[in-house]
Design a protein around this ligand. Structure first.
Ligand code: FES
Length: 120
């Protein structure tokens, strides 16, 4: 069962989780509320780097993943939307292949400080 944590807004200085909470090559999914809406984001880890994106494909707005925490394609190079196979660069969310080619995922600025992943 998915017990994802819900934050009230995403404001600067909020600690989302610890780096050690995310296995290398996997992602942690979180949610936040803004007004009456709930938005889902994910934190994709690669080594000591983490990238945060809204979990909504620019093609249709569908979530990118089908399995919890699994956003990368097989080679581990690109994020992939499982609905129609769009591929996105990990570091900036730019779509390099698929129906939303040239569009980008919505990225969130984060930093890692003392092992904590924090909204900038
Ligand atoms: S919904 Fe993501 S590529 Fe179509």
């Amino acid at each position: 069962m998915d017990h994802r944590k819900i934050f009230f807004g995403l404001v600067s200085g909020v600690t989302l989780c610890k780096l050690e909470d995310i296995d290398d090559g996997s992602a942690k999914e979180l949610s936040y509320s803004a007004g009456d809406e709930i938005y889902n984001i994910f934190l994709q880890r690669k080594g000591d780097d983490v990238f945060a994106y809204n979990n909504a494909c620019p093609h249709t707005g569908a979530p990118l993943n089908m399995e919890l925490g699994q956003f990368m394609e097989k080679s581990g190079t690109y994020l992939m939307c499982h609905t129609h196979g769009a591929l996105f660069q990990l570091d900036d969310g730019f779509c390099v292949a698929g129906p939303c080619n040239g569009a980008s995922l919505e990225k969130f600025d984060i930093m890692i400080k003392s092992g904590n992943i924090i909204i900038v």
